[in-house]
Design a protein around this ligand. Structure first.
Ligand SMILES: C[S@@+](CC[C@H](N)C(=O)[O-])C[C@H]1O[C@@H](n2cnc3c(N)ncnc32)[C@H](O)[C@@H]1O
Length: 203
């Protein structure tokens, strides 16, 4: 297992990404093309910045990436990539919700993770709280046809969460990227094509 961790860690370092987590988005992008040139992307839990950098490169200079995290993220800018703006905020704050709802996004990403306790069920429930809030934000800010990619720690209530996501999107899939450690309970819910009647419901 250590060998796998080192491989993705070294690969991220070589490609100048601040975290190995970038490959969990890259694999989904290569398989499902959730990000398109010119897209406006919201990255929830964006620190230290790998997903935002990757998304900014994928959507290119006509696109835009806005990230939110409890922590400050270093500023990055790359030629040929979209401008990136990172906001320091808790995604449960109503102020940040109102601010985000003023913009229309094509894609919402969430790699948010709670501070883990080691108790699987408690960590699963905390992760679900983040994922439910991410879904609430996504359904408020996405344009019709928009995509959502969200990390969740699996557990008893995971199937209910997937059912909730299915209500809003036409195509939903559970993805376990190769770079995600096999012993980790994290999986990603990929939801594509927000249904027309669900777009901007909170705006
Ligand atoms: C695994 S890291 C994200 C890594 C990032 N995708 C990257 O590639 O660099 C998870 C992040 O979720 C953030 N987070 C957790 N709870 C949050 C909350 N309530 N509001 C905003 N961000 C939160 C954490 O601060 C942490 O930086």
């Amino acid at each position: 297992m250590k060998k796998v961790r080192d491989y993705y860690f070294q690969k991220a370092k070589k490609e100048k990404y601040p975290a190995r987590s970038v490959f969990k988005l890259e694999e989904a992008q290569q398989r499902f093309k959730l990000l398109q040139k010119g897209d406006t992307v919201l990255d929830l839990g964006c620190c230290p910045g790998s997903w935002s950098i990757y998304a900014a490169k994928q959507v290119g200079p006509r696109g835009r990436v806005i990230g939110v995290d409890l922590h400050t993220t270093n500023k990055y800018a790359f030629a040929g990539a979209a401008p990136m703006q990172h906001l320091k905020a808790n995604i449960f704050s109503e102020e940040i919700f109102a601010k985000l709802a003023a913009t229309r996004f094509n894609v919402v990403l969430s790699d948010m993770a709670p501070a883990t306790t080691g108790h699987k069920f408690a960590d699963h429930l905390k992760s679900l709280e983040l994922s439910r809030r991410a879904l609430e934000i996504a359904t408020a800010v996405l344009t019709t046809g928009g995509n959502f990619y969200c990390k969740v720690f699996q557990g008893e209530d995971f199937a209910d969460y997937v059912d909730e996501v299915r209500r809003y999107f036409n195509k939903v899939k559970v993805v376990k990227p190769k770079s995600s450690r096999t012993e980790s309970r994290e999986v990603f819910v990929l939801a594509m094509h927000l249904k027309k009647e669900q777009s901007g419901t909170a705006a």
